[in-house]
Design a protein around this ligand. Structure first.
Ligand SMILES: CC(=O)N[C@H]1[C@@H](OP(=O)(O)OP(=O)(O)OC[C@H]2O[C@@H](n3ccc(=O)[nH]c3=O)[C@H](O)[C@@H]2O)O[C@H](CO)[C@@H](O)[C@@H]1O
Ligand SMILES: C=C(OP(=O)(O)O)C(=O)O
Length: 428
């Protein structure tokens, strides 16, 4: 076990390159098994979620190679092997194996997914979609069993706007007979990316990125090459870090449209942001203003940046209110920020942040991926050294976190935990 050491107070300067999007990558990899020949995915981030999915694909018979950010999946030998436990619990996106296996084999048995613990994360809308396509779905001993004689296109209205359900239904519907219409679909950029890959494989999909997606099923899908979009949440994390500690930071390889809601909020706070074609230049200000933020489905403010921006708001003048309308328990980072001196109160789904506090380095634990990002940003802002444990969460979603921060002038490094520290972390 390791901890991340962050010595605060150093200004950030320079340029960093954003990796491929985690939330696209984790859907594109399962999607690759739907093809009958090799799929090449370019610009994949080296993060543990990607590595676990590659292992899962090998478990079911795919040939996978992964070098220099390029993953090649040859799905010719894939079999409908059940994946009831083990690795599937280590990430959220293993649920995409359900849609992909159902589309390919008309059956699947996949353990319930893991991922960040942010309060209840049901998958009822995924199941509603699979059932509408003709699958019988049962939950047996913590695994979901899906069986269909055939898949038939259907009109599916999502009761909740869900990224996972929208993509999962697309994965199954591309091989169904006839037309599927997903209404009240999620519109996140990662959905467009998955639809682009599937279309390159021969699928017929219209409307991805809007709230109505039409899919005309096809009999087979072929191999292709696909470059993944940049990670808007990784970019957002570094943009917020630059707003917290930057003098001038260039964030390279971004799609600025994907970051509109964050850019607007940061400008409201007083951060200067110049927008280029695929780069942003961030200039921080010593006088940041408080703002209120409500997380919403895309194109609203992303819940995945709610925790990182909370750290930044501890520095703003006045009281900010951050409300998470997507998850009801995404505030585990707040206790840790309080250990560092933050003045934050959680009331229901909102955090009330009294700003202009001087954070102090402390021993803190990342409870989930973006809580980890929030603590790293807080560590950069704090006086002294912050020791962050729970790095397995951060490693699920940030490629080369330390080297990217080091290249901007931050002081960060990993250290092994002593036996005593490891015991304390386990029992906390
Ligand atoms: C791997 C991946 O892409 N993860 C992202 C994905 O998660 P994920 O796909 O799990 O999130 P969803 O969009 O499905 O969830 C949104 C909301 O809908 C609820 N819900 C969802 C499905 C369902 O069947 N029933 C239901 O009630 C959830 O509890 C949550 O309150 O989108 C989230 C919302 O942008 C992000 O925070 C995650 O980073
Ligand atoms: C919540 C997240 O991830 P996951 O859905 O994979 O747990 C995230 O990326 O912030």
């Amino acid at each position: 076990m390791e901890k991340l050491m962050v010595e605060g107070g150093y200004p950030l300067n320079g340029k960093i390159h954003i990796s491929g999007a985690k939330n696209s990558a984790v859907a594109l990899i399962p999607a690759a098994i739907l093809a009958d020949s090799t799929v090449k995915i370019d610009n994949l981030p080296r993060i543990s979620d990607v590595e676990i999915l590659a292992d899962l694909l090998e478990d079911i018979g795919a040939e996978v190679s992964y070098e220099n950010q390029v993953m090649t999946v040859n799905p010719a030998g894939v079999i409908p092997m059940p994946l009831p436990n083990g690795r599937v619990k280590r990430l959220r996106a293993s649920y995409y194996m359900m849609g992909a296996m159902l589309g390919k084999f008309k059956r699947a048995a996949i353990g319930l997914p893991g991922g960040c613990n942010l309060g209840p994360r049901p998958i009822d809308q995924h199941i509603k979609g699979f059932e509408a396509l003709g699958a019988r779905v049962t939950n047996e001993h913590g695994a979901i069993y899906l069986r269909a004689d055939k898949l038939t296109g259907a009109r599916i209205y999502l009761d909740v706007v869900s990224v996972g359900a929208t993509i999962n239904i697309m994965l199954a519907a591309v091989r169904a007979e006839g037309r599927t219409i997903i209404e009240n679909a999620a519109k996140e950029p990662e959905i467009i990316d998955v639809a682009t890959l599937l279309t390159s494989m021969g699928a017929r999909i219209k409307g991805a990125g809007t709230n109505v997606i039409r899919i005309d099923g096809v009999e087979s899908l072929h191999g292709c090459a696909h470059p993944i979009i940049p990670d808007r949440i990784e970019a957002g994390t570094y943009i917020i870090a630059a707003a917290a500690k930057g003098s001038e930071v260039i964030i390279d390889n971004v799609i600025p449209d994907h970051l509109e809601s964050l850019i607007a909020k940061l400008r409201e706070m007083g951060v200067q942001i110049d927008v280029g074609d695929d780069q942003l230049l961030i200039r921080s200000s010593p006088k940041l203003k408080s703002v209120d933020i409500k997380t919403l489905v895309h194109p609203g403010f992303p819940t995945d940046l709610q925790q990182p921006i909370t750290s930044l708001l501890t520095k703003a003048q006045g009281t900010s209110i951050v409300t998470d309308t997507i998850y009801n328990a995404r505030f585990k980072h707040v206790d840790e920020l309080r250990r560092m001196g933050a003045d934050i109160k959680v009331e229901g789904r909102s955090a009330l942040i009294n700003g202009k506090t001087r954070l102090q380095g402390a021993r803190v634990k990342a409870s989930d991926l973006r809580a980890g990002a929030a603590l790293v940003i807080a560590g950069l802002m704090a006086e002294g050294i912050t020791e962050i444990t729970g790095l397995e969460h951060i490693d699920r979603g940030y490629e080369d976190l330390e080297s990217k921060l080091l290249s901007l002038g931050a002081k960060v490094w990993r250290e092994g935990l002593t036996e005593e520290e490891a015991e304390q972390v386990k029992s906390s």
